[in-house]
Design a protein around this ligand. Sequence first.
Ligand SMILES: Nc1ncnc2c1ncn2[C@@H]1O[C@H](COP(=O)(O)OP(=O)(O)OP(=O)(O)O)[C@@H](O)[C@H]1O
Length: 267
Amino acid sequence: MSVLVPTLSSAASTVPAIELIDVRKSFGKTEIIRGANLQIAQGQRYALIGPNGAGKSTLFNLISGRFPLSSGDILLNGTSIAGRKSHQINRLGLSRSFQITNIFHRLSVFENLRCAVLWSLGYRYSFWHRLSALKDANERSEKVLEEIGLQARRNIEAGLLTYAEQRALEIGITIAGGTSVILLDEPTAGMSRSEAEAAVELIRKVTVGKTLLMVEHDMSVVFDLADRVAVLVYGEIIACDTPAEIRNNQQVQQAYLGGSTLSEEVV
Ligand SMILES: Nc1ncnc2c1ncn2[C@@H]1O[C@H](COP(=O)(O)OP(=O)(O)OP(=O)(O)O)[C@@H](O)[C@H]1O
């Protein structure tokens, strides 16, 4: 008699990349995140949308360890990360970008990427003692440089890049460590339509096989890129579904847009 035993890989693939369990966060007496529950499947691209002040950035800050939870739990690949620091969560496989760029403006594009790679490898300020680490970091940085399409700008000071190039570099910094879970905070904010389209293609390319959660206000980006859309309203996830289902969800339209149609033109 044959017995079907789940393999490690099939078991692992059923564990959500990120799971929020009754997550709550208060600032003083005001509860901002009010019992958020969400499961983010491995290898899928999720967009987190919601009205201004719904708590999207706060939720990102909780997931990435920047803020401590008031209560509840957050699991990363099945492991609780509640109470862990950002760098510990990064070591466990999650990397995030920031709405405001955190690149080093006086360093070259390549040096920015190499710093990010070395940091992810655990080298902070003494990496020059380890030439082998430098060789690995150089190779990895070259690969990321190519992925983000900035080879021709490699020796330019990052502060001299165009805004769109800086955002691409920021994505490069975020993926440099090779983590499997990526959080992007408004990756196309402030971009022209054509720049946003190029950014979407870049994000699509660099997140193949990874799990993506992005906060995004631009609905054309959301509907183009996301496999699933999670809707946060007043600190609660009120829906999480395919873009097509979300577009037709009455509760989402009512809560998010006061009843008007959720279209790609609405931002
Ligand atoms: N550190 C903090 N201290 C006190 N209140 C905060 C803090 N951070 C956020 N808030 C409050 O939490 C609420 C949600 O803010 P948050 O930035 O998370 O919303 P958001 O959905 O990202 O909004 P937006 O779409 O406008 O960026 C706001 O009322 C904000 O003032």
